[in-house]
Design a protein around this ligand. Structure first.
Ligand SMILES: [Zn+2]
Length: 252
C-alpha cells in the first residue's frame, strides 16, 4: 500500500481481496465489507511446549482489522464527536494503521500518530509517552490502545497523556485486562519469563479490573463503557467483536 494515498488504499484493498471473501455472514465496519467470514488469529507459541492460542472470528480478510480495532472504530463513530465538527487535534499512539486511514482522512481530525520507534510501524513522529514533547493542553482527542503494558512506568505515561489532553477533551486508553488485580512479577526478566507471567514476551505487567483506578489516579474522569453490550449476541458475532471488551473512556 506504500505509495498509494491514504484515501484510496481501502478501495484498492477491496478490489483485490473482497471477491474471495464476499458474503452475508459477517460485516466489517472499518472497510465496509460484507463477508462470509472473519479469519482466525493464532498467537505464535513463544514457548516450545505451549499450546497455540487461537481466536476464531477475529481478523478481517479485507482490511486486516481485529476485534478491538472494530470496537474502537464503532465506538468513535457512534459514541463520540470524532467524525463531526468542530475540527479536533488528535494524538494516536502506536497507531493501528487501518484506523489511521479512517482518522487521518476525516476533515474534522487534525491527526498525529506517534511511537517510541516510529519507523517500526509507520508512525509520524517519535514520542516517549513518559516524557511527551508537547505543551500542556495540546490535544482534543487521544487514542492509546495496548501500549501501557509495554511501558515500565505506566503511571508517568498516563500523567503525561493527561497533561497534554485539553480540558474538555477525551481519550480512549485501552490495555489488555487479564486478571482481577494488576500485578507485576519482578522475577520475570527474560522474554520467556515475561511470556509465562503476562502471556506476551514484551509485556511488563498484567492489568486487572483495578485499571480504572490507575486512570483516575492521574486525574481522568473515567467511564468504563460496556458499549459492546448494546449489540445482541448475534450482532456481536456478525461484527466480530469480543463480547466482554470494555472501552475506557477518559475525560479531562
Ligand atoms: Zn475490514
Amino acid at each position: 500500500m506504500v505509495g498509494i494515498p491514504l484515501k484510496y488504499r481501502m478501495t484498492v484493498r477491496k478490489l483485490a481481496r473482497l471477491p474471495r471473501y464476499k458474503g452475508r455472514e459477517r460485516y466489517c465496519p472499518i472497510c465496509d465489507s460484507h463477508l462470509k467470514c472473519f479469519l482466525p488469529v493464532t498467537f505464535p507459541a513463544f514457548l516450545k511446549d505451549s499450546p497455540f492460542v487461537t481466536r476464531q472470528n477475529a481478523k478481517c480478510p479485507v482490511c486486516g482489522s481485529i476485534e478491538r480495532y472494530r470496537l474502537i472504530y464503532l465506538y468513535t463513530k457512534q459514541k463520540t464527536n470524532l467524525f463531526d465538527p468542530p475540527r479536533k487535534k488528535m494524538l494516536h499512539t502506536a497507531p493501528e494503521l487501518i484506523l489511521t486511514e479512517k482518522f487521518a482522512t476525516s476533515r474534522y481530525v487534525d491527526y498525529l500518530s506517534s511511537d517510541i520507534d516510529p519507523g517500526r510501524i509507520g508512525a509520524m513522529v517519535k514520542i516517549d509517552l513518559t516524557d511527551i514533547a508537547f505543551s500542556t493542553d495540546t490535544f482534543d482527542v487521544i487514542l492509546s490502545s495496548h501500549v501501557l503494558e509495554h511501558i515500565e512506568n505506566d503511571r508517568n505515561a498516563l500523567s503525561e497523556l493527561y497533561r497534554v489532553l485539553k480540558p474538555g477533551g477525551w481519550a480512549i486508553i485501552q490495555v489488555p485486562i487479564i486478571a482481577e488485580k494488576t500485578f507485576t512479577n519482578p522475577s520475570a526478566q527474560t522474554e520467556e519469563e515475561r511470556f509465562r507471567a503476562y502471556g506476551k514476551e514484551d509485556h511488563v505487567r498484567g492489568y486487572g479490573k483495578d485499571y480504572k483506578q490507575l486512570l483516575e489516579s492521574v486525574g481522568f474522569k473515567v467511564k468504563v463503557d460496556d458499549f459492546v453490550k448494546s449489540f445482541s449476541p448475534e450482532k456481536i458475532e456478525y461484527l466480530g467483536l469480543i463480547p466482554d471488551e470494555e472501552i475506557y473512556f477518559c475525560m479531562k
